[in-house]
Design a protein around this ligand. Structure first.
Ligand code: SF4
Length: 160
């Protein structure tokens, strides 16, 4: 992470954080991506984490089948692609609903930054999965947040 302008008039700046990075067992396989390094960095920079899982909030349960994009997230947001599970079920609507809810939360709570789990089809910032392969580019939620001015930083998920 970089920068340290985390306080506004003495109040901690709230930031959106992928819930799995904060230890919530919302990963597709029922696990988490708890990141103790991230927790300490957020704390030391004075950020208040607001946990959010777009896939659960979009209506998908946990555990759930793995899913990936069939085109770039930008293209899917514009209706030129889909999100499908490994069994071929179309879950585009659920992924879009989760991204929309993340954006609504940011707008409602005044969140300007997000720390999101790298490589996810929702939360990935620098890399995500298209057609089952890891590729450069964001997931659905990161793409929509960025499109609307929310600064998104990808986090790998570190155990220590
Ligand atoms: S990476 Fe994002 S969508 Fe996936 S479990 Fe974590 S918070 Fe939920």
């Amino acid at each position: 992470m970089s920068g340290d302008d985390s306080t506004r008039d003495g109040e901690r700046e709230k930031v959106l954080v992928s819930a799995c990075l904060l230890g919530k067992r919302c990963k597709y396989d029922g696990g988490d991506n708890a990141d103790g390094v991230l927790r300490r960095e957020l704390e030391s920079r004075g950020f208040e984490a607001v946990p959010f899982c777009p896939e659960e909030e979009g209506g998908l349960g946990t555990p759930r089948p793995p899913a990936w994009l069939t085109a770039s997230a930008e293209e899917v947001l514009d209706g030129a692609g889909a999100v499908v599970t490994d069994a071929g079920r179309d879950v585009t609507a659920e992924f879009r609903a989760g991204a929309d809810k993340a954006l609504e939360l940011c707008a409602r709570a005044g969140l300007k930054r997000a720390f999101l789990k790298e490589r996810s089809p929702s939360c990935g910032c620098a890399s995500t999965h298209v057609d089952g392969e890891l590729v450069d580019g964001p997931g659905m939620t990161a793409a929509l947040l960025r499109r609307n001015g929310v600064e998104c930083e990808g986090i790998e998920g570190r155990r220590s």
